[in-house]
Design a binder for this molecule. Structure first.
Ligand code: ATP
Ligand code: MG
Length: 258
């Protein structure tokens, strides 16, 4: 018999997962994604994306590596310097970190916009409602009166007063094409993605190679810490961050455990 605390394989409720369990974070993540599919906010494709992410997280040692913490700090500085920062939310993000996204939006003065690869009116509304239940006051994305150039119509839709006019966008777990199209619009793009080789991470001004479960609260923590910093200090943080170096450090951590 192992001494590991026993837990139900498919917990009905998060509170059934003991925090002392060695795989607590991973079990919590799986539970949230499964629940997201059950309530119609996460697509079945989202389960596959999560599996891919978990494999990278395992190789990273399920921790926030130093370069990802630097990236989180640079992301926070970008948010605080921005005129109009927006956090883009898809089905996996809504399932995994709804409350955490709202806390970040508050700390960073950002808007929240639902933006889906597999866009249906119903899923858009279910996600917006889910975020409202977690305390979001204004959720954008349903107006869809603007487009990201260079993408086909259905996947390009954004709100003109949201992502359309944002200067800094956080796009966690995004597909490569859209990440590239957004950065081609000249926006500062912060990507959260556990795969440093993903085209999304490669297109980012600030790639945060970390699990979204850890990364979003970490960016919030940095934003709160930097709340009263001078603009010159924020600019210095932004300028000292190099995306190439951060991606290389993440790849080294994965390949060699450094
Ligand atoms: P590319 O960016 O190369 O075009 P892709 O975007 O098509 O690849 P997907 O599997 O669709 O690849 O995207 C999911 C991405 O999200 C993967 O890169 C995966 O590592 C990442 N991911 C999944 N779950 C998480 C998570 N919990 N935290 C952070 N990243 C995650
Ligand atoms: Mg990707």
């Amino acid at each position: 018999m192992s001494d590991e605390p026993q837990i139900p394989v498919s917990p009905d409720d998060e509170t059934e997962i003991p925090e002392s369990h060695p795989r607590y974070e991973s079990l919590l993540t799986r539970h949230r994604i499964e629940h997201g599919v059950d309530i119609g906010i996460t697509s079945r494709q989202g389960l596959i994306a999560q599996g891919r992410g978990e494999a990278y997280d395992y190789l990273l040692g399920e921790r926030t590596i130093e370069s990802a913490d630097d990236a989180a700090r640079a992301a926070a500085a970008h948010f605080l310097l921005a005129d109009h920062p927006v956090i883009s939310v898809n089905g996996n993000v809504a399932a995994l970190v709804p409350g955490e996204v709202i806390a970040l939006a508050e700390a960073a003065g950002a808007d929240i916009e639902v933006n889906l690869f597999n866009r249906t009116r119903e899923r858009m509304e279910t996600i917006a409602d889910h975020l409202s239940e977690h305390g979001a006051e204004d959720v954008k994305g349903l107006t869809a009166d603007s487009e990201i150039p260079g993408l086909d119509h259905a996947r390009a839709k954004v709100d003109a007063d949201g992502i359309g006019s944002a200067d800094v966008v956080l796009v966690p777990l995004e597909d490569g094409d859209r990440a590239q199209a957004l950065s081609a619009m000249g926006k500062v793009e912060v990507v959260i993605d556990l795969n440093p080789l993903s085209r999304s991470a490669q297109a980012a001004s600030v790639p945060v190679v970390d699990n979204i479960i850890r990364a979003v609260p970490n960016i919030t923590r940095h934003a709160r810490e930097l709340q009263d910093a001078d603009e010159s200090e924020l600019h210095a943080i932004v300028e000292s961050f190099d995306p190439e170096t951060a991606l290389e450090a993440a790849e080294r951590a994965i390949r060699r455990g450094e």
